[in-house]
Design a protein around this ligand. Structure first.
Ligand code: GTP
Length: 598
């Protein structure tokens, strides 16, 4: 295939605008997948992904298309994850392309992630091809949306195909537009190899497969390769493409997108964004944009059953083989026993990992409240990074504390601007800007502490805007805040897993609300349990859980044994998620309650 007949592209969209549906239609139209094999939304391969309807792992397929000009083309369709947690992965998968198909819902219009994705695509110098989807909907406003794309993004949308990915209407126009508007790869096939690693997949038999886009040169079986950032060296054992079935090849050349295997044992050697070159004929410099992904959110994960500790370590190790961004190290908590401090790219990433440990490895867990990474500057001039609030150094030794901030862009219909601004204010946001999108919607720009959005910001935003607001953010760095550690005492003892770092101005209210929450969440025991919130030894809020012997059978008069059994089972079920902290049984929800704000 001539390099000029290759097209490499991604589909980018706000969640639910129809990216996966369009990908399915394209696979059908190019007869890449036989109909009987066609499971809907084929690119999303993990079960969990399918259930949540989000794309987590990237994927790339090769398609063949005979265009109306009579020429045969090869398309590489590169899938991108659709969530803010995975921005870096999105940006690398875009870097593997020359163009991006931008899907915009004809009823919803431009949303926060539409814009975020467009900016990432522009950063990577991609040609952007707008496509207006869901024109079959009665509420579709394709012409208005076209105008919106021109006004807000500044793209010429006059040639944007107007399609229904669901029915397949006009999808062929998208393929023709890809041929016409997205440029062919430009690299030099005779130059030394530069292959961009944009994803990796772990295969239990062959080790890590690196998914690569060949920017310059070529790679073949038997080559000795070098990963330019990690320095790892391997001999290539297999190369190939997917269509979407795996097809082995002898070599991949400039413009092609595929995979290699080289008996690589750990994803740590295969960093997303790294450049592969040939050891004996290396490229002078790597491709731009490589960055190590650092977790932004940490939490403690503890097996409810301590005997499962080793199983849990194995589970985390296995998950890490697939997921270089997941970090963990052993941690002990006086309250929860032995567990792991785990680092994630964001909350969704955290949720997914937690769920996989429970579901795939069958290890019930207690998760502590998520925490960001604080920078504590000490009076001796040094700085410590704190990802677990209970390890914040002694307040006497701290000069000041900095916390990570994000720039948030929130698109919201005019009617909800007031409540959204109020929410941002409550979450310690600094107002930056307000941009009109059209007569009905605005884009609010705020700087917010990451710690305030890691918990329930998104849920609240959705509920107070009746689902209409959309949200995206990027980390912008650290700022000094007046922060302090707040401890929670149960029965007079500090529960380390309940310690949080709070802003001093909000400490009193937070303390009060956490104490009240815990009072509701912790079941009554046979003895009275005092609950206290304290900052540096000073009690700022307190309450008591009265004693009571709870007899679930009390309501069962007479001998309905099956009903009794059911009640006892239910009680057992409720206990499963409890952890004994000293002499107090604490349910899982209690560990999350420390982050809620009212
Ligand atoms: P994520 O994977 O969550 O990012 O979403 P997505 O952008 O891939 O959206 P997806 O393809 O899953 O589509 C979201 C919903 O919109 C699904 O219920 C689709 O059936 C529906 N949908 C997609 N295209 C069309 C269309 O052209 N018309 C109509 N009416 N519905 C569509």
């Amino acid at each position: 295939m001539k390099q000029s007949n290759i097209r490499n592209f991604s589909i980018i969209a706000h969640i639910d605008h129809g990216k996966s549906t369009l990908a399915d239609r394209i696979l059908e139209l190019t007869e890449t997948v036989e109909m009987r094999e066609m499971k809907s939304q084929l690119l999303d391969s993990m079960d969990l992904e399918r259930e949540r309807g989000i794309t987590i792992k990237l994927n790339a397929v090769q398609l063949k298309y005979t265009a109306k000009d009579g020429e045969d083309y090869i398309f590489h369709l590169i899938d991108t994850p659709g969530h803010v947690d995975f921005t870096y992965e999105v940006s690398r998968s875009l870097a593997a392309c020359d163009g991006a198909v931008l899907v915009v819902d004809a009823a919803q219009g431009i949303e926060a992630q539409t814009l975020a994705n467009v900016y990432l695509a522009l950063d990577n110098d991609l040609e952007i091809l707008p496509v207006i989807n869901k024109i079959d909907l009665p509420s579709a406003r394709p012409d208005e949306i076209m105008q919106e794309i021109e006004d807000v993004i500044g793209l010429d949308a006059s040639y944007a195909p107007q399609i229904s990915a669901k029915s397949g209407l006009h999808v062929v126009d998208v393929l023709e537009a890809i041929v016409k508007y997205i440029p062919a790869p430009t690299g030099d096939v005779n130059a030394p190899l530069k292959a961009l690693v944009f994803d990796s997949v772990y295969d239990p038999y062959r080790g890590v497969l690196a998914l690569i886009s060949i920017k310059e040169g070529s790679i073949k079986v038997g080559d000795m390769i070098k990963f330019m950032a990690t320095g790892a060296e391997y001999e290539v054992l297999e190369v190939g493409i997917r269509n979407p079935k795996e097809v082995k090849k002898q070599q991949l050349v400039t413009g092609e997108v595929g995979w290699i295997s080289a008996a690589i044992k750990s994803v740590k050697d295969v960093r997303v964004g790294d450049t592969i070159t040939i050891k004996n004929n290396p490229a002078a410099e790597p491709l731009a944009g490589y960055r190590i992904m650092n977790p932004t959110v940490y939490c403690g994960l503890y097996p409810i059953d301590n005997a499962k500790y080793n199983d849990m370590r194995e589970a985390l190790e296995k998950l890490q083989l697939n997921d270089a961004a997941l970090q963990f190290e052993p941690e002990t908590s006086q309250a929860l026993g032995f567990g792991f401090r785990c680092g994630f790219l964001g909350l969704l990433h955290m949720d997914v990992i937690q769920e996989r440990i429970e579901r795939e490895y069958n290890i019930p867990l207690i998760a502590t409240a998520p925490s960001v990474v604080y920078h504590a500057y000490l009076t001796d001039g040094s700085m410590v990074q704190v990802d677990n609030p209970s390890f914040l150094p002694d307040p006497q030794k701290i000069d000041h504390i900095e916390e990570p901030y994000v720039k948030a862009s929130i698109m919201v219909p005019n009617d909800f601007v007031g409540p959204v601004m109020e929410l941002c204010q409550k979450k310690r946001g600094n107002y930056k800007d307000m941009i009109y999108i059209d007569d009905t919607r605005m884009n609010l720009i705020y700087e917010l502490p990451l710690s305030e959005i890691v918990f329930d910001f998104f849920d609240r935003l959705k509920s107070l805007s009746k689902g209409y607001a959309s949200f995206d953010y990027e980390l912008i760095g650290y700022q000094t805040s007046r922060l302090a550690k707040m401890d929670i005492l149960l029965n007079g003892e500090i529960v380390d897993a309940l310690s949080t770092i709070v802003h001093r101005d909000f400490a009193y209210n937070r303390g009060k609300s956490i104490v009240e929450k815990l009072k509701k969440l912790i079941p009554k025991h046979q003895f009275e349990i005092p609950i206290q919130a304290a900052i540096g030894g000073k009690i700022i809020a307190r309450s008591n859980i009265k004693s009571l012997r709870k007899n679930v059978l009390a309501k069962c008069y007479g001998g309905d044994i099956s009903r009794k059994k059911k009640l006892l089972e239910k009680q057992k079920e409720g206990k499963k998620r409890m952890k004994s902290v000293g002499s107090v049984e604490v349910p899982q929800e209690a560990f999350m309650s420390v982050l809620s704000m009212d």
